[in-house]
Design a protein around this ligand. Structure first.
Ligand code: NDP
Length: 332
């Protein structure tokens, strides 16, 4: 079987040389272990951070060892002292490989959602979905009738934030993304009220056109200029849910911060960073509500799918370069 190792710690933007495809053989599952054949794996922006040798909320990836990340696979063999049956589809964290030897207590059998395919549990029904849900409704505390702005709006998290906002009663939903095609996707398919390409800056001006009366909630996937523009547009007692800052993930020097933080005082703003892991208690509510919207066909779920482990590195590099619309996944 094959797996992908981190061969070198990327400096700035990662390149294919930072990764290595390795042939390996796996032993039979021992006590408490399962052998899983992966069917889909996730590539996520946070993985870029784990490639650095720096302290964070997750440990760095080890060099010359397989990468890890969300994956869905089928149990093909079960060791002694396990209760998961062969044939079960499970969610686990040993992606970046065709087969995984996983501790049985580290897998989650997939809950049935009508119409869902394995990769959906890595996107709308999984971690990115819960991120969008918790960030918008709990951290952003969206109220009916309010105006929401989300950056990275055509990505996995952002495309759900915009749709959840509409289903949750927002008055106006505005998004930004990196190409004309993505802007058309937002307005034509996801029914955002307005959208713009952040390359057509200054973002402050584009945002003022898209939300002339200002915004109440900003869902930040990007940081940098877009965060500064959003702070400028937030109305009295506006909220910013700080989810990620992908515009800086490949930076070799920290970028300058927003220059208008003084507005937080005069407008009594609240900017709050969050991690999806802090909001696991919402899992039940999320599964019920979003699973319901999904099963009812109320959500447009776009994925960008690459085939086979050989394409995993390209999928990750492409994610950082904006080649995805919706969730980027690799299927086997
Ligand atoms: P996406 O599907 O949104 O993919 C990443 C996207 O980022 C690309 O498609 C690209 O789209 C955009 N991008 C890349 N470079 C830049 C740039 N310089 N400026 C603006 N946009 C850029 O990824 P996810 O939905 O999985 O993640 C979105 C954000 O949420 C990330 O910041 C991630 O780290 C964060 N996150 C945080 C979590 C938490 O617990 N706090 C959990 C999950 C995700 P485009 O073409 O529009 O540029």
């Amino acid at each position: 079987t094959r797996e992908i190792h981190l061969a070198a710690r990327p400096h700035g933007t990662p390149t294919p040389d930072d990764f290595r495809l390795v042939e390996t053989t796996l032993p039979d599952p021992g006590p408490g272990q399962l052998l899983v054949r992966n069917r889909a794996m996730s590539v996520d922006p946070y993985m870029r951070g784990r490639m650095n040798d720096s302290k964070s909320y997750v440990a760095p990836f080890r060099l010359d060892a397989p990468l890890e990340g969300g994956a869905v696979g089928e149990v093909v063999a079960a060791g002694p002292d396990t209760t998961v049956e062969v044939g079960t589809l499970v969610l686990h964290n040993l992606g970046w490989r065709e087969h995984a030897l996983v501790a049985a207590d580290a897998v989650q059998p997939l809950r049935e959602v009508p119409g869902a395919s394995p990769s959906h549990y890595l996107g709308v029904l999984g971690m990115p979905g819960l991120t969008a849900y918790a960030g918008l409704f709990r951290v952003g505390a969206l109220q009916a009738g309010e105006t929401v702005f989300v950056s990275g709006a055509a990505g996995a998290v952002g495309s759900l934030v915009g749709q959840f906002a509409r289903l949750g009663g927002a008055g106006r939903v505005v998004g930004s993304a990196g190409s004309a095609e993505k802007v058309a996707f937002l307005t034509d398919e996801l029914h955002f009220d307005a959208a713009f390409d952040y390359h057509d800056g200054p973002v402050r001006d584009r945002l003022r056109e898209a939300a002339p009366d200002g915004i109440d909630v900003y869902f930040d996937n990007v940081g940098g200029e877009q965060l500064e523009a959003a702070i400028g547009a937030l109305r009295l007692r506006g909220r910013g849910a700080l989810c990620g800052a992908i515009s800086a993930y490949n930076a070799t020097e920290p970028p300058p911060g927003p220059r208008n933080l003084g507005l937080m005082v005069s407008n009594r703003l609240r900017l709050e960073g969050f991690l999806v892991g802090d909001h696991r208690d919402l899992q039940g509510e999320f599964a019920e509500r979003v699973g319901g919207w999904f099963a009812a066909g109320d959500l447009v779920v776009r994925e960008t799918v690459r085939e086979g482990l050989d394409s995993a590195v390209g999928a990750f590099l492409g994610l950082l370069a904006g080649e995805n619309t919706g969730k980027m996944v690799v299927t086997f």
